[in-house]
Structures are given as structure tokens and as C-alpha cells.
Ligand binder design. Structure first.
Ligand SMILES: *Cc1c(COP(=O)(O)O)cnc(C)c1O
Length: 450
């Protein structure tokens, strides 16, 4: 950024955080070719910072509530009140086949065939159901490869799967670390590992976008490398779905699981999603945990003594779906269908690029640095800042209570900012960066004073 004229923020670094910077942010919003769909969401009110609404940059943790969600839920409550059990067939959206209404939207969001996609359960449950089928260790090929900074629930899930097979997780789970002094994994290092050690790998399971660093992994390359090594390749897409365009079918991913409450905005604990590649769907020899919803819907209610198998991802379902939890997913998926992931990504690149430039200006003056890759192709919308000399939780508390900015802390020292393209503005990004600069400057002053 030596040449201020070519600075993507459009103003010299020294002034981007000043009032001129705010005017510029507001200008960028005014001329935005695809403005935020802010009016479709409930923005929480701010209690600090002099603005009516918070600058909400925590959609990587919990997406905001779409305004249409309440009516969809009320519809199901009304049908239940009016119809009781008959709602299974007579509700406006009948409950028996309800998960069918979500399949298309979820499939489009992850780049899958409808038959490869099912909305069910929660994320960690789906990871386990997938591993029951796709983690089949042998004495020679037993390892599960994860990134060292994998989300704790994924870590616990793979460790417990190893134990389920009588293996010691300390040996069966291989955690790949970035090179010394680096924050993110390099694709070539993952590929080299799979080339040399892949013969003992049964399952590769990475986060598509790492929850901590915000690194977008090269999903097609790593999938190809894992499969070439003879391993099964699964992906946890919790931070990727609704954030970056995905083409799971084309990339040959074996299976994937994700949640819908982060970038997809379907509410706390929302029902999750699952993908199984077409090539596995007719393989009835795959071990599965089963329940009545695994059975073919045409014969399911004949209640025969055995499961009547279906050759779709539905074969991994167990229970009848939780309608009150699925209605918000339906609303959210529709919004993505309406706008399209390609257009959203386009806006996301602009908005995150803008915030990245602002954060670079902050980090030039404060003891903090952005650990998310600088290359826009290697990240989604989240930018993670590692702070020094002050706890991330304190930074987030002060951002909220002093500035009305909602970000998200990963103790001890990472603050995550996600300018979600559906509802965040350039002005939100500007508020977040200026608030961070103020909080870090006052924390540094305090340290300096003793
Ligand atoms: C958010 C998240 C989870 C959460 O798991 P739940 O089963 O939905 O509670 C798991 N893994 C990753 C990578 C996540 O980002």
C-alpha cells in the first residue's frame, strides 16, 4: 500500500480511520452495485457507539434472524393448533415429506445433486453418522487426518471414533500444523503429506474454512490428493456454507456435513446438512446406523420388519424431522436461492477486501496482526486478528459495550470479524475497524502507564 492512489480503500492509510474514512465508507455503500439485504434481517439495537443498530460482524458464529422466519414458524404452529396429527398430511407444507422442501436449496448451496443432499440432525451428529459409514480403519490404513486447529467438537468426534474402533486417538488422529512461524496450512504441504503418508490414512477431515484463522482450504486439490492416496475425504463445511461457492459433486468430495446457523442464518442450533457423493449412494454394503426415516418413504409406514433401503442421502436419516426447527432453514435457503451464491461472493470479496485494508491500517499502528490469508481466493468473509498484550475476550467486550460492535473472541488472543455480505455494510466494517483501533490504543496506553 505504498501508493495511496492505488489503495483499495481510496484514502491514504493515515486517514482511513478518520471521519473522511467514514464518509468514504458511506459512499461505498451508496454506490454498492449489490447492496446488503439488511432490510430482510433483524439488526440488534446498539447500546453504545451512538448508532441505532450494532455493527454485527459475528455472523460466522450466529447469523442474524431473517424477518421472514417468524411467519414461517407461526405457520407451523398454526397448522399444528388447527390440525393436530393431520398436519402430517394436511399442513400447508405437510410434515411427513417436510425435509424434501429443503433439499433443493441445500443442494444448490453446496453444489450437489438433490439425491446427494439431506437436511437433518445437528453438525456433530452428522459427522458421526458419516464416520460410521466412511471411517473403516484397517491395521494398515487407520489414521484420520485433521488440521491441528480443527474445531474442538470435530476433534472430540474423531477421537471418539478412533476409540470406537479400539484405537488410541493419540496414534490414530494425525493433526497437521502450519509451518513454524505461519498461521495457516499450505495446500502443497497437505498434498505432500498425503503423497508420502497417505497409505496409512483412512479418512481426511478438514474444515472447508478454518473456524479460527478463516483460511479457505483448497477443497478440490486436497480432495483429489486424499482420494489418490486411497483415503476417504470428508469436509466440515460449517464456516464455508453460505460463505463461499461450493461444488461438492464436481470436486468429487466423498461426504460433507455442515450447520445452518452461521452464514445460513437459520437460528441457534438449526438443523444441519449432509452430503454423500453419488458414487456411494447405491453402495448398500456401507455400514449405517438406521431408523425408520432411513426407509423408503413409499413403504416406510407399512412398518415392516426391515429397512427398505433408498439409494439417496436420505438413507442416513434416522428420525422424523423436527418441523419447528426446519421452518427457519427453509426461509434461509430461499434467501440464498433468490440472491445466488455467486453474487454474494462478489459482494463478499469487495466488503472483506475493504475491511482487510482497514485492519491493515489498524495493525500498522497497534500490536495486532491479521492471521487470515491475504489472498482473497484463500479466505471467505471472516478476518481473524491476533491481538497482543490484551485478552481477545476483553477486546470483544469493549467493542460491544463501548462501541456497539459485535465481533467474536477465540481465547486467548484471536478476535474474528465477519462482514457478512447479506447484511453487513462498508460502514459496519469501518465502525469495527475504528472501534478496534480505539480499544487497542487504550489497552496499549494502559500497559504503558504500568
Ligand atoms: C460451529 C461448528 C461446529 C458446531 O457443532 P454443532 O454440532 O453444530 O454444535 C462443529 N464444527 C465446526 C467446524 C464448527 O465450525
Amino acid at each position: 500500500m505504498s501508493d495511496p492512489a492505488s489503495d483499495p480503500v481510496g484514502t491514504p492509510v493515515g486517514t482511513v480511520l478518520r471521519p473522511a474514512g467514514e464518509a468514504h465508507a458511506l459512499h461505498l455503500d451508496a454506490v454498492d452495485p449489490l447492496p446488503a439485504r439488511r432490510a430482510d434481517f433483524h439488526l440488534p439495537p446498539a447500546t453504545a457507539g451512538g448508532h441505532a443498530e450494532v455493527a454485527y460482524l459475528a455472523g460466522n458464529s450466529l447469523g442474524l434472524q431473517p424477518r421472514a422466519t417468524r411467519a414461517a414458524l407461526e405457520q407451523e404452529l398454526a397448522d399444528w393448533a388447527r390440525l393436530g396429527v393431520e398436519g402430517h398430511v394436511e399442513a400447508a407444507r405437510p410434515w411427513k415429506p417436510y425435509h424434501e422442501f429443503l433439499r433443493g436449496g441445500a443442494a444448490r448451496l453446496v453444489g450437489a445433486l438433490p439425491a446427494e443432499t439431506v437436511v437433518m440432525n445437528s453438525l456433530t451428529v452428522n459427522l458421526h453418522l458419516m464416520m460410521i459409514s466412511f471411517y473403516r480403519p484397517t491395521p494398515e490404513r487407520y489414521a484420520i487426518v485433521v488440521e491441528d486447529s480443527t474445531f474442538p467438537s470435530d476433534s472430540y468426534a474423531v477421537q471418539s471414533q478412533a476409540r470406537l474402533h479400539g484405537l488410541d486417538p493419540a496414534e490414530a488422529v494425525i493433526r497437521l500444523r502450519p509451518r513454524p512461524g505461519e498461521d495457516c496450512l499450505r495446500t502443497e504441504d497437505v498434498r505432500d503429506f498425503l503423497r508420502t503418508e497417505g497409505h496409512r490414512v483412512a479418512l481426511v477431515l478438514f474444515g472447508g474454512v478454518n473456524y479460527l484463522t478463516g483460511e479457505l482450504m483448497d477443497i478440490p486439490t486436497i480432495t483429489a490428493a486424499g482420494r489418490a492416496a486411497g483415503a476417504v475425504v470428508g469436509w466440515d463445511l460449517a464456516h464455508a456454507v453460505g460463505n463461499v461457492p461450493l461444488r461438492l459433486h464436481e470436486w468429487g468430495v466423498d461426504w460433507a456435513a455442515w450447520c445452518h446457523y452461521k452464514y445460513v442464518n437459520a437460528g441457534p442450533g438449526a438443523v444441519a446438512g449432509c452430503f454423500v457423493h453419488e458414487r456411494h449412494l447405491a453402495d448398500r454394503s456401507l455400514p449405517k446406523l438406521q431408523g425408520w426415516w432411513s426407509s423408503d418413504p413409499a413403504t416406510r409406514f407399512a412398518m415392516g420388519p426391515d429397512v427398505d433401503p433408498v439409494d439417496t442421502a436420505d438413507a442416513w436419516q434416522l428420525s422424523n424431522p423436527p418441523i419447528l426447527a426446519m421452518a427457519p432453514v427453509l426461509v434461509s435457503l430461499r434467501l440464498f436461492d433468490e440472491i445466488g451464491m455467486a453474487a454474494l461472493r462478489e459482494r463478499s470479496l469487495r466488503l472483506t477486501g475493504y475491511l482487510a485494508a482497514l485492519l491493515a491500517a489498524v495493525c500498522a499502528e497497534q500490536p495486532a496482526r491479521v492471521i487470515t490469508p491475504a489472498d482473497p481466493e484463500r479466505r471467505g468473509c471472516q478476518l481473524s486478528v491476533r491481538v497482543c498484550g490484551v485478552a481477545a475476550e476483553e477486546v470483544c467486550a469493549r467493542l460491544r459495550h463501548e462501541h456497539g460492535v459485535i465481533a467474536d473472541a477465540r481465547p486467548p488472543d484471536v478476535v474474528r470479524f465477519a462482514p457478512v455480505p447479506l447484511y453487513c455494510t462498508h460502514h459496519d466494517a469501518w465502525r469495527a475497524a475504528t472501534a478496534l483501533a480505539a480499544v487497542l490504543a487504550s489497552a496499549a496506553g494502559r500497559t504503558h502507564d504500568g
